[in-house]
Design a protein around this ligand. Structure first.
Ligand code: PEP
Ligand code: MN
Length: 264
């Protein structure tokens, strides 16, 4: 169902208020790795508004490698995130980690993110297929393109066609950066499926100095958008500080991605 053979027309996902993800426009989704506080949300929202970015990312349920690391503000954090974004006309994308969270989160999100670690949580995918909310599905940590497509098929075949695929880097042997951002996947996915393809350069390379290069490369590879991490004071971020860009870098990145998209 997610194949170009089944549907030639590209899928465009309408998030309301004139915000659409898919071919025909380039979507920028930015924000902190984790939602931390009201002041932090407000600072990011102000930055996004200044740059006409309509979708904010931020996790409230965080899949952390260590159980002792910050694991997010949970539902209370999401409600605060939602209130501030609604007041400012910003859409929310945030990660859902388990089936039981869908119902409690659904009224407060615009896009559910399925993280790399849950890319093949088939019960979660089934349930998101039944929920009529857009989903951004990340590629698994060592996931193949075929596995990503099959995971999307779980959601689609359960009745939810509003799916974005996300390349976020795969695990390799190289130690010079966090992951290997597989930009090969972009043209391949664009040919194989009608779904929008989004690139996450932050997790893809894992080092803030290279986020801009990889974002621009993603634009030229044919991505329909990017999702990246930004924070007012990246070095103080509760999670993924090393790959988070500050607002000045973010502003430049936005400007350059838009210019690159015009050239495409
Ligand atoms: C995130 O977006 O902060 C995240 C945890 O991403 P991933 O699932 O790709 O590691
Ligand atoms: Mn992160």
């Amino acid at each position: 169902l997610i194949s170009r053979k089944w549907r030639v027309e590209p899928t465009r996902i309408d998030l309301g208020d004139g915000v659409t993800v898919g071919e025909g426009n380039f979507s920028i989704m930015a924000g902190p790795c984790s939602i931390e506080s009201e002041a932090q949300i407000e600072s990011v929202v102000a930055h996004l508004k200044e740059n006409n970015v309509k979708i904010m990312r931020g996790g409230v349920f965080k899949p952390r490698s260590s159980p002792y690391a910050f694991r997010g503000l949970g539902l209370d954090g999401l409600k605060m995130f939602h209130r501030i974004c609604r007041e400012n006309g910003i859409k929310i994308i945030t990660e859902v980690m388990q089936v039981s969270q869908i119902e409690e989160m659904i009224d407060y999100v615009d896009v559910f993110q399925v993280g790399a670690r849950n890319s093949q949580n088939f019960n979660l995918l089934d349930s998101l297929g039944e929920a009529q909310k857009p989903v951004l599905l990340k590629r698994g940590i060592s996931g193949t393109i075929e596995e990503l497509l099959q995971a999307a098929e779980y959601i689609f075949s359960n009745g939810n066609e509003k799916i974005m695929l996300c390349e976020r880097g795969i695990r390799g042997y190289e130690k010079a950066y966090r992951n290997i951002l597989d930009l090969n996947a972009v043209p391949v996915l664009k040919e194989k499926t009608h779904l929008p393809v989004i690139v996450d350069p932050s997790h893809g390379i894992g080092l803030r100095d290279y986020v801009e290069s990889m974002s621009l490369a993603a634009v030229m590879a044919g991505a329909d958008g990017v999702i990246y991490e930004t924070h007012q004071t990246p070095e103080k971020a509760f999670s993924d500080a090393q790959q988070t860009v500050d607002f000045q870098e973010s502003e430049r990145l936005i400007r350059r991605m838009r210019a690159a998209y015009e050239l495409r």
